[in-house]
Design a protein around this ligand. Sequence first.
Ligand code: ATP
Ligand code: MG
Length: 264
Amino acid sequence: MAEFKVPKSHPRYWSLYYRHKLEEALENGILATAGLIAHGRGEAFDYLIGEKTIEPAERAMRAAVAKLLLAEHPVLSVNGNVAALVPKETIELAKLLNAKIEINLFYRTEERVKAIAEVLREIDPDVELLGINPTKRIPNLESERGKVDEKGIWRADVVVVPLEDGDRTEALVAMGKFVITIDLNPLSRSARMADITVVDNIIRAYPRMIEIAKELKKKPKEELKAIVNNYDNGKILSEVLLHMKDRLEKLANHSIWRMKELPF
Ligand code: ATP
Ligand code: MG
């Protein structure tokens, strides 16, 4: 794969940088081609929120981390996009939360599972990885899509499924799991079905959740429970939509024609 040669001064440097990472992941067998399409859809919504972490996402992340710290069997799910974008952060977050990591793929092939495991083991050779030989099935999902690890998602009480398909999110909710998703599209079925929806780019969300985990780890359980109890995902999704609407309205009034940088 050709080297990434875009100069840092390019106005869309980071967007191009992460696209390159995904192209590399595709070439290395980590990503399914559909992963590229999913990324593009995410980018479109990132443009709408302003490519920054918005307040409702910050509150969702705090509730998510609190819930994960209270969980008995927390699991972070990893797919191709996650492995391409935030492999180090996934491992660090899992350690902080005492969570298991499960490789869980929509388009599961043994080669891709192996390639993703390699990426994670290169970062930490001792990392415990589940989902290599899954023996259980999520009810109501046909064969490959439903496979889960008995020691991971199968017995988990709280699962994080970032950039996940809505059907699977719904099936996990139906199994009685508490489901947390990271999804830039507040209208996706995953976003609507999850118990906690973080509408943010995972490249910003996971580093921020690591910071929040370090902070909340020191708090008493009662305080964590209060954060979770006061959380309302329906309200958060509404706030995200209103943020988009207000921002678009303000930009419309501003007139963005020939403006090099958007003002907010
Ligand atoms: P659903 O099945 O939930 O209705 P979908 O079919 O539109 O959603 P999928 O491909 O199943 O989309 O899920 C991938 C989701 O991940 C998309 O909603 C996309 O917006 C989101 N996404 C892509 N890249 C990122 C990213 N970097 N950070 C956060 N979310 C992302
Ligand atoms: Mg889908």
